[in-house]
Design a binder for this molecule. Structure first.
Ligand code: SF4
Length: 278
């Protein structure tokens, strides 16, 4: 919009600009800054820079970190792959870095219908399933007979991932290895991201074999916590920022008291069940 960046608004800070353009600001409550790790993994636009950490660079880092894990697993499980395929849009940057590191061709063979909303934000299972059906079209001529490493930014409920795996199998993929640039999401978020219920999270209470079975993948490979931390924090440390992102949905270490959030999530879940049963 043609504006210039002055500075970020600090956590707990209020900034007031009067009609003459005078600026007043005060930090009302001082707390440790714990931004959501999902900004770098999924939410933020790739050209953004958050807390001095470029989102694009962090996603490249996620791909490179994943490559280390995948190389090891490919060797251990004696797996070979023909193509690295991103699930559009967010995972593209990480998938490019991953393909470069693995020396496997990168192909965009899932074509996105740009008019469908992000599926995990839709408020019912039925809407999410319908949206996935309409969301992506496979390029059969490039997929047929190929062993694919499918890269997605994260696996939340697994609904989308399962559908995409079905889709590429129907398009003739001979093997599907599903890779997530984010570690397993095992705990609810009480800070506004809409996956509040433990039972809805595919990685909650399941081991990797059960997840592979549930999704119908030949293998599922996740980023690890260390890989995620270093992809985000490396740039922050270079800038001299000692920022620690929130990763509570991954490691269960919530940066604040969550009792009110937990009560709200339970009430909301009960309301959803009532509405579904009507
Ligand atoms: S719990 Fe997860 S989704 Fe929620 S703010 Fe923390 S990192 Fe983000």
């Amino acid at each position: 919009m043609g504006y210039e960046l002055e500075r970020d608004v600090a956590p707990g800070e209020v900034v007031f600009i009067d009609l003459k353009g005078n600026i007043f600001s005060r930090v009302l409550e001082k707390r440790q800054h714990r931004p959501c790790m999902f900004e770098w993994v999924y939410f933020a636009s790739p050209e953004s820079v958050i807390d001095q950490v470029p989102v694009y660079g962090a996603r490249i880092g996620l791909g490179k970190q994943l490559a280390k894990i995948i190389k090891k697993q490919l060797k251990e499980k004696n797996i070979e792959a023909d193509l690295v395929v991103p699930v559009p849009e967010t995972s593209r940057i990480a998938a490019i870095a991953l393909a470069e590191e693995l020396g496997i061709p990168y192909r965009e063979v899932l074509i996105k219908n740009r008019y469908i909303k992000r599926t995990f934000i839709l408020d019912s299972q039925e809407k999410r399933q319908k949206a996935v059906n309409l969301k992506l079209s496979p390029v059969r001529s490039e997929i047929e007979g190929k062993r694919l490493i499918l890269v997605d930014d994260s696996i939340v409920r697994g609904t989308t991932s399962k559908k995409i795996i079905d889709l590429v199998r129907q398009a003739g993929a001979s093997k599907v290895y599903f890779v997530s640039t984010c570690p397993p999401i095992k705990h609810p978020c009480y800070y506004g991201i809409d996956f509040p219920n433990n039972r809805e999270l595919i990685a909650n209470g399941r081991d990797i074999t059960e997840i592979e079975k549930e999704l119908g993948a030949d293998a599922v490979i996740y980023q690890d916590l260390e890989g995620l931390k270093s992809a985000i924090m490396e740039s922050a440390l270079k800038q001299g920022t000692n920022m620690r992102p929130c990763m509570a949905c991954l490691d269960g270490e919530y940066p604040s008291d969550i009792s009110a959030g937990a009560r709200f999530a339970n009430t909301r879940q009960a309301d959803r069940v009532k509405t579904q049963n009507k």
